[in-house]
Design a protein. Structure first.
Length: 265
């Protein structure tokens, strides 16, 4: 997880919203935020969901729909933490897949993130401290040759732009670059995968505002094992990493430090 602000946003007592918070990694994040004392979580899904905990408020949200994002921001006007977790991977080889399929990935993973952020930025501005977390991927930095990678790389850039634009309202903008996790999306992939509930501990970075969480150099870290698994998969598929800096975990750390220095001025 990367962040440029050293000031955190308290989770204890906070109200949060997690897009796609009903299943997959989003559900694990909801549970982690509750464990850390959040009093209410708006958990969104494209279809109405039953309430599984009195602290969880289900909200219907399709991030590809402007009116839906506006309605969600009106309903959840009390949040100080937003997690843009909703995402899709359609397996779209970038030179062969129908452009419309790639556009769908961008519509959800990139424009969906921007759309929700735009809708909620004024809500976050009413809080003395607030946080926005975008769930991205190591494929923001590596390429497997698909539209998904394109969408996550673009969403990484969008995260940096949003960070600059929300700095004055004291919203800390963070990206979580995840390797393989064990969710429905990766059911067919044979590679080491991290447990989503372990990765959800990256919520540390919301509270501390510090450069923390999975993705740091730590051989014991499950996420690093999953990251290596991803790299092995990439090598197996004869895919290339984009540049030297992104080949190793040290490289990730370097690129993060550089990005951080650049945005900290
Ligand atoms: N699994 C991995 O290995 C992995 C690795 C790196 C990054 N990620 C990222 O982690 C996030 C979640 O992945 P996951 O594995 O947990 O996927 P998942 O189990 O397929 O869940 C996807 C989530 O996104 C929501 N969603 C999809 N399209 C949406 C839309 N148009 N509007 C609103 N919500 C929408 C879904 O909500 P509903 O279906 O309930 O509406 C669901 O909660 C994604 O951003 C993904 O790119 C995952």
């Amino acid at each position: 997880m990367t962040t440029t602000s050293l000031q955190g946003t308290p989770i204890d007592g906070a109200v949060a919203l997690v897009t796609g918070g009903d299943r997959g990694f989003g559900r694990a994040l909801v549970d982690e935020l509750l464990r850390r004392g959040a009093t209410k979580i708006h958990a969104t899904s494209r279809s109405p969901q039953p309430r599984r905990d009195e602290r969880i408020v289900p909200i219907v949200l399709d991030v590809t729909d402007e009116a839906s994002a506006t309605a969600a921001a009106q309903a959840a006007h009390d949040v100080s933490i937003i997690v843009n977790h909703a995402g899709i991977a359609l397996g779209t080889p970038v030179l062969e897949a129908p452009i419309d399929r790639i556009r769908e990935e961008l519509e959800t993973n990139l424009f969906g993130t921007i759309r929700v952020t735009r809708a909620f930025a004024p809500v976050l501005a009413t809080q003395s401290r607030s946080a926005l977390v975008n769930v991205l991927s190591v494929l923001s930095w590596l390429s497997m040759g698909t539209g998904y990678d394109v969408s996550k790389a673009a969403a990484w850039s969008a995260t940096n732009s949003i960070r600059v634009r929300l700095r004055d309202q004291r919203t800390t903008v963070t990206a979580l670059h995840v390797a393989y996790m064990n969710t429905e999306t990766t059911a067919g992939i044979k590679a080491p995968k991290a447990d989503p509930s372990d990765i959800a501990s990256a919520a540390d970075a919301i509270a501390s505002g510090a450069l923390r969480g999975p993705g740091r150099r730590d051989d014991k870290d499950d996420q690093l094992k999953a990251l290596r698994g991803s790299q092995r998969t990439l090598r197996g598929m004869r895919c290339q990493t984009i540049n030297r800096e992104t080949r190793t975990q040290t490289g990730y750390t370097t690129i993060l430090r550089r990005g951080r220095r650049r945005l900290q001025d």
